[in-house]
Design a protein around this ligand. Structure first.
Ligand code: PYC
Length: 412
């Protein structure tokens, strides 16, 4: 045992140093970011580190990471369908690959490979399509046979017993899982160290706009004058945008997920089955982390429902019958802001100084580093980076949509 470890072990129990500080709420900030999730905190971090803009407040109505950042199933991948989406998520994966050393914080990114199973002729065609578009963009992604699936996942049933037997899969080796809380905490700590103010329990109650320009944000703790506001919320993005008079083409749907009791490690890839409506991975703690599609109705409820758990379990057991006796441990829901084309809305809005990084549907966590970096660039330079230009708000008026529904983990 090293001397330092021994010294720490013998030291009287001291509470760990806080990872970010509390500050009084100032009555002015250069930039106000609404939403203390991975996107908002990443934007604050890149504003401070890359652009030297540190007079920044991140406002979070509960605690940081309490929204979609802490409620997703932590899957990362870049095997999308559109060239715009693939380039964008590929930059995110590259940033994630380096994030632990950049933040000096272990975010536990495990690039264990990602398998999207195909059970029908039409999904085989879509997988082939995705593989080809991915390869053109230099993203490692290929269609593999059921025998290769079995080699990667010995416990999966590749026989013709399941209701929809496995016909092949899209294999994406760079995909994997990450510790989502660590990403939030790592960005928060690094942003705080650069002077960003993180305000938890600070709810936005209004946005003041004068002559079509943002001038202030109203909160439950007071008014903040500012010329730049970024809406980086998930679940509430259309309500926040409405405060500035901006209407978003977004419908909010709950997405449920759950984990089982811990098991010995047996699964070291991420498994997705669109036909059976589930995705599954095993966490470092041994729990199986599972989810399915969004609820079939718009709602702000984060209730977990028995029929979801029942259906999910039935579908997982089709391909993993040996899990029949495994018990569920936790079950929760998060809120997903769905856009008509399943792509996000990033950039400026018709209101000067009011920017958005919203509408992430079920893809948001994967994009936190790249959207943070590129939104920070937009705020700092007043120029929209090429990588995010296709996701502009006005595409819904010009008709230049970026249809990414075909790359959804499961059909929504
Ligand atoms: O797009 O990979 C995905 C995903 C998994 C869970 C929700 N979305």
């Amino acid at each position: 045992m090293s001397f330092t470890l021994l010294k720490r072990g013998l030291r009287p129990n001291r509470p760990p140093a806080p990872m970010w500080r509390e500050h009084p709420l100032q009555d002015h900030y250069d930039v106000v970011i609404i939403g203390g999730g991975a996107h908002g905190l990443a934007t604050a971090y890149y504003l401070a580190t890359v652009h030297g803009i540190t007079d920044v407040a991140v406002l979070e109505k509960r605690y940081i990471g309490s929204g979609a950042s802490g409620r997703n199933t932590a899957i990362l991948r870049s095997n999308y369908l559109t060239p715009e989406g693939i380039l964008f998520y590929d930059e995110s994966i590259k940033l994630y690959e380096n994030l632990a050393s950049e933040l000096d914080f272990n975010v536990m990114f495990s690039q264990r490979g990602h398998l999207t199973l195909a059970h029908t002729d039409s999904s085989m065609r879509t997988m082939q399509w995705r593989a080809e578009v991915n390869q053109i963009q230099n993203v490692d992604s290929r269609v593999i046979s059921p025998a290769e699936v079995k080699k990667l996942v010995p416990f999966i049933d590749t026989s013709d017993r399941p209701r929809y037997p496995i016909m092949g899969a899209l294999y994406h080796p760079p995909g994997g899982v990450i510790r989502h809380d660590a990403v939030v905490w790592g960005y928060a700590r690094a942003a705080d160290a650069k002077g960003v103010h993180i305000h938890q329990q600070t709810e936005v109650t209004g946005i003041d706009v004068e002559h079509n320009r943002v001038v202030a944000v109203q909160t439950n703790r007071g008014r903040i004058a500012t010329g730049t506001v970024l809406n980086a919320t998930a679940g509430w993005c259309s309500l926040i945008a409405a405060m500035a008079g901006v209407r978003l083409p977004v419908e909010t749907r709950p997405l449920q997920a759950c984990v089982t009791e811990p098991l010995k490690p047996f699964l070291d890839t991420v498994i997705v089955s669109g036909t059976f409506h589930f995705y599954l991975s095993q966490s470092d703690r041994g729990e199986l982390v599972m989810g399915a599609s969004v609820n079939p109705f718009a709602s702000y409820s984060t209730d977990a429902t028995l029929d979801f758990a029942e259906a999910l379990a039935g579908h997982v057991l089709e391909l993993f019958p040996s899990l029949a006796k495994v018990r569920l441990l936790r079950h929760w829901a998060g809120l997903c802001d769905m856009t008509p084309d399943f792509s996000p809305i990033m950039g400026t809005t018709p209101v000067d100084g009011f920017l958005v990084d919203v509408g992430w549907g079920t893809y948001g966590f994967k994009a936190a580093p790249v959207s943070g970096k590129r939104m920070a660039e937009l705020i700092a330079t007043n120029r929209t980076p090429e990588l995010i230009a296709p996701f502009a708000y006005d595409r819904f008026f010009t008709g230049q949509i970026v249809g990414e529904k075909g790359a959804a983990a499961v059909t929504n």
